[in-house]
Design a protein around this ligand. Structure first.
Ligand code: ADE
Length: 426
């Protein structure tokens, strides 16, 4: 339930976990040098002073470092979870008790409490929104429209959220500008690929402790997340099969060395099927009918609608829970289908999400884009914008330097050559 201390309300599982949360936040900070540099500058320059910022993000130790950076920049931040199962309760407690960020997030909250938490953040009357999946912005536009005049702009973290916001913009429903952090190269090429690749396998392994080597693992969707997952699963010795609806991506997967086929063809062979598509009912009733006994299915896309669990429920004569995060559906013909983390993001529900070193870049983008929209909102229209290229390049340069990697620079002659058309075959 929402509680109040002094003037601030919050809802976390247990405030006494705050010291444990601080240790997790400090551990993540070691791997977030780019965000650390931004935090130092924000402390000096206070680019977000006077702004109320409402954030709906996975409440993890990495997100805590972002929230602390936004506070250092002067923002008055309130945070809620962007998924009912991804909250790290000690982190939520630490943010609330020690870092001045009232947090509304309890791991395992039901849908009603999840939306109460979003509304608690909206009660803060945000000037800036920061979303991961666009639930905050959608709720604002559906039920809290009276607050929209106070919103200057927002940012969006993930592919699914960007797709949703572009649909809102196309329908002329979006009423303030949003910067699509996901579209930064230093976000999706790293977070989606290496972050999802590693953390999804981490979730599969922690949930099941099943060996991947020699098993057939089907990856549904060959976007950046699917590419990362396929690559990491192959590294574990799994036989990787890719399914796709986009012919170019399917071709790319085939040329990357994976077997590509329809999910109906893949289902009878699969030991694991993992969805990373952003679409609905990717694993559907007719796929469950084809699976071999014991198949393990999981989702690492943003929402929990990629696996048709309602159909599976109807097909099942019973459900048991052999381990945390594993639900075994016994089908009437005697087969079992195992679903991980109730079809929610397996990497955040059964593991801890992307490692801090990759969230460093994603959240450096968030912090710099918050600063950008705070400065430039008056010049922007109510539509979805890409991250300015100079922000992307600056983050890549800072990350390289934090890794001790130097790169060559163009000579003056090379710069002139690239800007000219006269030279060709010589
Ligand atoms: N999304 C994926 N991994 C995450 C993490 N560790 N923290 C916040 N958001 C995430």
């Amino acid at each position: 339930m929402t509680s109040t201390t002094g003037t601030s309300t919050y809802d976390v599982a247990d405030l006494s976990l705050a010291d444990e949360g601080d240790r997790l936040i400090a551990w993540a900070a070691r791997e977030m040098p780019v965000l650390g540099l931004i935090q130092e500058r924000f402390e000096r320059e206070r680019p977000l002073a006077g702004l109320r910022l409402g954030a709906c993000l996975h409440v993890t130790s990495e997100t805590a470092n972002l929230a602390i950076t936004l506070r250092a920049g002067g923002a008055d931040v309130r945070l809620c979870a962007s998924n009912p199962l991804s909250t790290q309760d000690p982190v939520a407690a630490a943010l609330t008790a020690h870092h001045g960020v009232p947090t509304f997030a309890v791991r395992g909250e039901d849908n009603a409490r999840y939306f109460d938490h979003i509304n608690a953040v909206l009660d803060h009357r945000p000037n800036l929104t920061m979303d991961d999946g666009a639930d905050l912005v959608a709720e604002l536009h559906k039920t809290r429209t009276e607050l929209i005049p106070e919103v200057l702009a927002g940012t969006e973290e993930t592919t699914t959220g960007v797709i949703r916001l572009r649909a809102m913009a196309a329908a002329k429903a979006l009423r303030f500008p949003i910067v699509a952090v996901n579209e930064a190269l230093t976000k999706h090429m790293f977070d989606n690929r290496y972050g999802t690749g590693q953390s999804t396998l981490d979730g599969l392994i922690r949930a099941t402790n099943v060996l991947l080597a020699g098993k057939t693992l089907v990856v549904c969707g060959y976007g950046w997340c699917g590419r990362g997952l396929a690559n990491r699963a192959a590294g574990h010795g799994a036989h990787v099969v890719v399914t796709e609806v986009d012919p170019v991506r399917a071709l790319e997967a085939a040329m990357d060395g994976y077997r590509v086929m329809t999910l109906a063809e893949a289902a009878p062979q699969a030991d694991f099927i993992v969805t990373v598509t952003g679409d609905i009912n990717v694993i559907d009733r007719h796929h469950f009918e084809l699976m071999k006994d014991g198949c393990i299915v999981a989702n690492s896309g943003h929402f929990n609608d990629e696996i048709n669990l309602a159909a599976l429920d109807e097909m099942a004569s019973g459900v048991s829970r052999p381990r945390p995060y594993v639900e075994s559906y016994r089908l009437r013909d005697g087969r079992t289908v195992n679903v991980l983390a109730q079809g929610r993001l397996v990497n955040l529900a059964a593991a801890e999400g992307h490692p801090a070193a990759v969230m460093d870049m994603s959240f450096a983008n968030q912090a710099l884009c918050a600063e950008y929209v705070a400065r430039h909102h008056a010049e922007l229209e109510p539509r979805v914008y890409d991250v300015p290229a100079d922000i992307d390049a600056a983050i890549a340069a800072l990350k390289l330097s934090s890794m001790g990697i130097g790169i060559d620079v163009l000579t003056e002659e090379q710069r002139r050559y690239l800007a000219s058309w006269e030279s060709g075959t010589s």
